[in-house]
Every structure is written in C-alpha cells, then in structure tokens.
Design a protein around this ligand. Structure first.
Ligand SMILES: C[S@@+](CC[C@H](N)C(=O)[O-])C[C@H]1O[C@@H](n2cnc3c(N)ncnc32)[C@H](O)[C@@H]1O
Length: 267
C-alpha cells in the first residue's frame, strides 16, 4: 500500500481513531444486547447470522465487527488504518470474541479467498478510493453465490457542496463530472479532516455494482435532517441534501451471470 491516497487516508484515519472520532466508537453493551437490530433497522439481514462468514469491509473501529461477532458470525474486518483495527482487536479481546483483522485497502483484497463470505458489510468508505469498480470487483470475487452486500456511500451531490452563502443556501461548487481527488471544502460537515476523497457518480455507485455481478435489492437514504438545527450544523445541511445512500445487493450466482455490459457512457 504505497499510493498517495492510501498513505494520506491511512494517516488521516489513524488520527481520527486516536482522537476519538464518532466513527471510532466501539459497540456498547446496550447495542450488543440485540446486535442484529443495532446493525440493521430495515430487516436486510437474515434472522440469524450464526456461523455465517462475514466481511466487515473498511469497517475498523470496533462497531460492526463486534456486533456481528456477538451475533455468532465468523468475522473478518479489513481496514487501511492500523489504529482503527486496534480498536477491533482490543474490544474483541475484552469481550472474549474472535475477530480476524486484516490491514489492507478495499480495492485489493488478494489475501482473501474467492467465494469465502456470505455477507459483506461496508460502511461509508468508497469515497476514499478513486475507482469504485475495483472495490466492487473484489467484493464480487470474495462473495459467495447469493451472498449479501450491504453498504453505505456518500451521495455525489453532497460531495459537490463547498459552502453556504449569507442566506444559508448551499453552494454546489464542485462539478458533477469532477475527476480526481476532491479539493478541500469549507463545509466539512460530511468530509473528514485530512482525508483524500473522490466523488462517485450514480453510474458508478449503482451501474458498476450491477456490471460487477450484483443485483440491487433495496435502497434507502439515511435521514439526517432536523428542522431545529441551526445553519452550520450537519443536520441543517441534511435538510437540503441527503448525505448518504444505503443499499442492499445480492451476488448473482456465477452460473447465471451474463457478460458484463459495456463500460460507462462518457458525455
Ligand atoms: C466511516 S469509517 C467506517 C468505520 C466505522 N466503524 C463506522 O462505524 O462507520 C471509514 C473507514 O474506512 C477506512 N478506509 C479508508 N480508506 C480505506 C481503504 N482504501 N481501504 C480500507 N479501508 C479504508 C478508514 O480507515 C475507516 O476505518
């Protein structure tokens, strides 16, 4: 792992983990009492995950991994940040759970065997790699036929926002077709300090997923709006643009998979 986006994001997330970011909070006792409900408010997971092989992808921090392990799954967690993975290891040990940690980038999972996972669960993180298709291809390879992929992504329009004017209207200061790493933004409600991020358009987020061997089964926009939130608050911004999308997809059995369609149309 030597590319600049990887080393910069690794450093940024090590810092976030060490400074107690909201994304680096291990699952608490209350959340662990009913782990599947905590993980999944929409009923996307099976009634039991006991004995299933689950990959928590780009999911360090000791939340998803600990909850799946509490529910009896065989858990592997992959993350770029050693400090995030250390939280998983420490919390698993404290709770006498088994969690396998792998230090790797989500776009190269070559250390993981083909068709070795029943569920792949990925929190918001595809924004940290330039090519989402590389990530989807790796997930399609390691997922078993009929396996479930649950993931959350930053919504492209949200990543276009660069600030707010004197009438509290949000600016789309970045072009939808922006290529390469995003410039820094004055509005960091939904950006992480020091991280290198990329905007993935809908044709990448959803189109590449289908082209890589998945069918989309469900889709939602986690609610982040609050009418009482003052301008500047992330929930004020959430009234105007939904920051995230969450999707559930199924790995098409290999025997039924058609040839991938042609690549993305370029305007
Ligand atoms: C928003 S956090 C998700 C973790 C958290 N447990 C949660 O509750 O949402 C995003 C994670 O992606 C990881 N990450 C960033 N770039 C990555 C990459 N290229 N490969 C794997 N993980 C990466 C970060 O280290 C961080 O742990």
């Amino acid at each position: 792992m030597s590319t600049s986006y990887e080393s910069r994001n690794q450093a940024a997330w090590n810092l976030l983990a060490e400074s107690g970011s909201q994304f680096a909070q291990v699952a608490n006792d209350e959340e662990c009492r009913n782990p599947l409900v905590t993980l999944d408010t929409r009923g996307w997971l099976p009634a039991s995950v006991r004995g299933l092989d689950v990959l928590c992808l780009a999911s360090g921090g000791g939340w998803q991994s600990i909850l799946y392990a509490c529910a009896g799954a065989n858990v592997t967690v992959v993350d770029l940040s050693e400090s995030m993975l250390e939280l998983d290891r420490r919390e698993a040990e404290r709770r006498s759970l088994t969690v396998r940690t792998v230090h790797a980038s989500m776009d190269d999972l070559s250390m993981l065997a083909d068709e070795s996972f029943d569920i792949v669960h990925q929190p918001v993180s595809t924004c940290y790699v330039p090519k989402i298709a590389d990530v989807y291809q790796e997930i399609a390879r390691v997922a078993r036929d009929g396996g479930t992929y649950i993931s959350q992504h930053k919504q492209p329009t949200s990543l276009q926002i660069t600030g707010r004017d004197h009438r509290d209207r949000y600016h789309l200061g970045i072009e939808y077709y922006h290529e390469g790493a995003l410039p820094r933004s004055n509005d960091d409600s939904y950006r992480e300090t020091g991280a290198v991020e990329y905007l993935h358009r809908w044709e990448h987020l959803v189109g590449e997923l289908c082209r890589c061997g998945f069918v989309l089964q469900d889709f939602c926009e986690p609610f982040r709006a609050d009418r009482q939130a003052p301008p500047g608050h992330y929930r004020h911004r959430g009234r105007y643009v939904a920051p995230y999308v969450r999707l559930k997809a199924c790995r098409i059995p290999r025997a039924e998979q058609e040839e991938p369609a042609s690549s993305i149309w370029t305007p």
